[in-house]
Design a protein. Structure first.
Length: 345
């Protein structure tokens, strides 16, 4: 069977043109790490007979309760897979930390060893954005590479050093990632302002991600309580592109030594036993599509099998109405189809 054929039911479900299978959905605590997780699999099936998919959520304050990640998990499970969706508190808390890589590693090892969750042999990793890049590093380590059969990352990055300037240059399109970076990094170069603005940037990220507007928006309320200097800084970030360019440089100049390299697949990727599907939104304003191109070149250099496509049917991990983006569908079929093909092979 051609790989793209395997993804047709998945894409039709996303488009609302095919009814999902009846699913079992269980909330559990993983036995070793105690991580909260959801487990999805087709009703009437024994999960330990099915290939497993470990989906790692991205930086959303809703964590595994985010409707977007739940829809993805349900659609993958509906295509006859056992899906494990664990929660990482620091990722849910919008923290950019090196320990996330080792935490994803630990989850890979724990899920693989918890044989009742899937068939015990066929485990794939699927994630997006920063969690996607970190997950590739985790899957390439010596103790996990033989446990992850194949990976798929959506809108992932290759080099953190080059991702940060791109994020700041696209503030006017989508400021979410700028809010997250300043929430994490402002204290390193503006400690006094950070005391006032960290909570503002955290709430600004939540306002954006949760689409809180009007009376529900909280960042503006907190900003009104800050000093004039803090208000001026916040306003300048929003209004001045040159100022944002300088900020991106200050972020990279003041992060802990080796942090950008340690977070970057470009520097940290060892090797992967399984092939990788790379999917990127053609108009992604948070992480440049060039980052997936660089990942593809890196895989080529390391002789890691991969498929790489960009699609007009995605922005930054969010799907657009397929009826309006029909020309972007083949890329979805090729990447999701290859991931499922390699997982079930």
């Amino acid at each position: 069977m051609k790989p793209y054929v395997l993804a047709i039911p998945l894409i039709l479900s996303y488009a609302g043109l095919k009814q999902k299978k009846s699913l079992e959905r269980k909330e559990l605590l993983l036995p070793n790490t105690g991580r909260r997780a959801f487990h999805f699999y087709p009703a009437g099936k024994n999960p330990n007979t099915l290939p497993g998919v470990f989906i790692q959520h991205g930086m959303s304050a809703m964590g595994i309760d985010d409707p977007r990640i739940l829809e993805l998990a349900e659609n993958i499970a509906s295509s006859n897979h056992s899906v494990i969706l664990p929660e990482l508190p620091e990722v849910k808390g919008l923290r950019i930390e090196e320990k996330t890589i080792s935490n994803i590693q630990a989850l890979m090892m724990e899920i693989y060893s918890t044989k009742q969750l899937f068939n015990g042999e066929d485990l794939g990793y699927l994630s997006a954005s920063f969690s996607g890049g970190m997950g590739l590093i985790a899957a390439s380590k010596s103790n996990t590479r033989n446990k992850i059969k194949t990976s798929m990352v959506i809108g992932a990055y290759c080099n953190f050093l080059e991702t940060v300037p791109f994020v700041f240059s696209n503030y006017h399109v989508d400021p979410y990632a700028v809010y997250v970076i300043l929430f994490n990094m402002l204290h390193r170069f503006e400690p006094n302002l950070a005391e006032e603005l960290e909570s503002v940037y955290y709430e600004a990220a939540l306002d954006n991600g949760l689409k809180r507007m009007g009376n529900e928006a909280r960042a503006e309320i907190l900003l009104k309580k800050t000093s004039n200097l803090a208000k001026e800084f916040f306003s300048q970030v929003g209004a001045d592109g040159n100022f944002r360019k300088q900020l991106a440089k200050r972020v990279l100049d003041t992060v802990p030594e080796n942090l950008p390299e340690n977070l970057s697949p470009f520097y940290q990727l060892e090797t992967l036993n399984g092939p990788v599907s790379l999917l990127h939104g053609q108009t992604d304003s948070v992480i440049s599509p060039e980052e997936s191109e660089k990942l593809a070149l890196l895989f080529q250099k390391k002789r890691i099998p991969y498929v790489h496509r960009t699609s007009t049917a995605l922005t930054h991990g969010d799907s657009l109405p397929l009826h309006s983006q029909i020309f972007g569908v083949p890329a979805l079929l090729q990447t999701f189809g290859s991931f499922l093909y390699w997982l079930n092979r």
